[in-house]
Design a protein around this ligand. Structure first.
Ligand SMILES: Nc1nc2c(ncn2[C@@H]2O[C@H](COP(=O)(O)OP(=O)(O)OP(=O)(O)O)[C@@H](O)[C@H]2O)c(=O)[nH]1
Length: 576
């Protein structure tokens, strides 16, 4: 087998079995012998002419280059004599006299006596001369006859016509439409206002009347109207203003998505609860108690665009019709254009979730201080753990001789944790208050699981440091070598947790001794402050998780009354 290349690696050994290689080799063989020339010769009698611009070899019948469209005639080498050129000129001139088509275009057809149309055109057979019927504006070339545009359509050889492709448009502006048309404001602006914010919005306007089910600002006046939509943020987040002024010439239609601005009677499609209540001022102002209007600043792109249109002048009957999907969605909160339609609950934003702030609360402290018991008891009291589940935990815990860990089992779910009676991984649970979505991160207290504690502490916004008030237990936790109380305080401090609630637990064991509580508070307080915490960042509360003292209600034990200022730790958590 001959080699494909005469230098370099010998591929024969590797590719002998490959048919593809053989195929290429055969071709190469033939080529090499010159049996098939690289450039095929045209059959006899088939003339070609080369375009002087792109050098493409066109068929002789083509009057213009098939590639670049340049006319053959002015540069045609076949038209060399003066007579030829004169005849051609007259032919073209005659055609150009009566039609509105340019000479350039007509010359395309005038020079094509033997043109073979690519698309069949049925005309009556005529003489081979160019004939013009002036009254009918019909031209004849060769044996075909017809109007110029028919010739053009039929004889055009260029396949790359300019075609007016009307881009597909959605009924609702796509993000690209919104950006390119400068309509962002109406969508983003409305989107930026949460569902809850709308409930308290009040719109006042002089020239603008805002209607619930109309998605349009309508302009009927022929006079010039000034219009601008401004959202200005005044002061804090709770004091926002929306102001609208109109400054447009009426009656200009822009696309199919339009806001129609009327001089005296403009309306914006907004939710019903945004309806104008005041027609005295020339601006629309919206005030609300809380909301996010940041994206509706005065640099609203659609307004700027609108202004520029107005300044340019000469625009009449401006019609801007914006169908914001979100506007429809918001306005359709139970009130859509189709009165029959009612969105399901799951389609609507969850008001409670929207307004709650998540608070990650790490429960830390020395081993066996009662972290899991406290967490489980709180969840049970707040209804996150059902009575049925609690009964099961108690029963199962008793069955293995660990009845006191029943509440801890709400978070210590693994068999090993329950068997050993210690938390090994971070238990996660949550409960809600009016302000917070509290995520409870029950951390392990054993020193072997400090890495797990760290994983929870890094997520924490605040911490509950649980202290075992029992005599000896508190001291063990404060031991510099074995105790975890100190280590946990230092860790959460290093992770930026700057709010600590110190829960002095198991007060039932020390008979709710105020002295004990004050002792712990003094000792531990000194250490915590040494870690960089200020008194303002600390909260202290004595409690008993097991005896349900000072958890979600004020303690019933009289000893607590003298040292307690909160109605339970939950109150303290929510208050912080
Ligand atoms: N008397 C009394 N015992 C409590 C109280 N709180 C918890 N305990 C007991 O303390 C023991 C340890 O409770 P846990 O909740 O497992 O302690 P923990 O801090 O979660 O333990 P680790 O996660 O392993 O560090 C259990 O036997 C509980 O019953 C309380 O307020 N009073």
């Amino acid at each position: 087998m001959p080699r494909k290349v005469s230098h370099g690696l010998d591929y024969d050994d590797d590719y002998d079995d490959y048919d593809d290689y053989d195929y290429y080799d055969n071709d190469f063989d033939v080529e090499e012998k010159g049996k098939i020339p690289v450039t095929k010769e045209e059959p006899k009698g088939h003339k070609l002419w080369r375009c002087s611009i792109c050098t493409y070899d066109n068929e002789d019948s083509f009057s213009a280059c098939d590639i670049c469209g340049v006319l053959r005639i002015p540069l045609d080498n076949n038209i060399n004599t003066k007579d030829d050129r004169t005849d051609l000129f007259h032919a073209v001139e005659n055609i150009c006299k009566d039609s509105g088509v340019s000479k350039m275009a007509k010359s395309l057809f005038a020079s094509l006596p033997n043109q073979i149309p690519k698309r069949a055109v049925k005309f009556q057979e005529q003489d081979d001369k160019i004939v013009e019927k002036r009254e009918e504006n019909i031209h004849k070339i060769g044996n075909i006859q017809g109007h110029l545009h028919e010739f053009h359509n039929a004889l055009s050889t260029c396949s790359h016509f300019r075609t007016n492709i009307v881009p597909f448009k959605f009924d609702i502006p796509s993000p690209d439409d919104v950006v390119s048309n400068g309509l962002r404001s109406s969508k983003v602006g409305l989107k930026a206002v949460s569902h809850n914010d709308f409930n308290s919005l009040i719109l006042s306007s002089d020239t603008t009347k805002i209607s619930a089910n109309s998605a349009a600002l309508t302009s009927k006046s022929a006079h010039s109207v000034s219009s601008s939509l401004q959202m200005s943020k005044s002061g804090n987040i709770g004091d926002k203003q929306l102001s609208t002024k109109s400054s447009v010439n009426s009656g200009t239609s822009i696309g199919k998505n339009t806001i129609v601005v009327e001089e005296q009677n403009a309306s914006i499609s907004v939710p019903k609860n945004l309806q104008s209540r005041d027609n005295r001022s020339s601006s629309t102002s919206t005030s609300k108690s809380a909301g996010k209007f940041d994206s509706m600043e005065s640099s609203n792109p659609s307004v700027e665009w609108e202004k520029s249109q107005n300044l340019a002048g000469g625009l009449n009957n401006m019609v801007l019709n914006v169908k914001s999907a979100y506007a429809n969605y918001i306005s359709g909160m139970g009130k859509t254009s189709n009165p029959q339609y009612k969105p399901d609950k799951w389609m609507l934003p969850d008001k409670a979730v929207d307004t709650l702030t998540q608070l990650n609360l790490a429960i830390v402290g020395h081993v066996d201080s009662g972290k899991s018991t406290l967490s489980g008891r709180l969840l049970h009291l707040l209804g996150r753990v059902s009575q049925k589940e609690m009964h099961k935990y108690e029963k199962d815990a008793k069955s293995i001789g660990k009845g006191s860990f029943a509440y801890a089992w709400a978070l210590d779910e693994s068999a090993e944790e329950r068997e050993r009676g210690i938390t090994m991984t971070v238990g996660v649970a949550f409960f809600d208050s009016k302000r917070y979505h509290v995520v409870v991160l029950d951390s392990p207290g054993h020193k072997d699981f400090v890495p797990n504690l760290i994983s929870g502490a890094t997520q924490a916004d605040a911490a509950v440091l649980v202290i075992d008030a029992s005599v000896g237990a508190f001291e063990a936790g404060m031991d510099s070598s074995k105790g975890q109380t100190r280590e946990h305080v230092q860790l959460i401090r290093s992770f930026g947790v700057d709010q600590i609630i110190v829960a002095v637990n198991k007060m039932d064991v020390v008979e709710y001794s105020k002295d004990r509580y004050e002792f712990i508070k003094l000792q531990l307080g000194t250490f915590i402050r040494s870690c960089g915490y200020k008194d303002s960042s600390l909260s202290w509360i004595p409690l008993s998780a097991m005896a349900n003292q000072n958890l979600v209600t004020a303690p019933s034990d009289v000893h607590f009354l003298s040292c307690n200022m909160y109605a339970g730790i939950v109150d303290l958590i929510f208050w912080r």
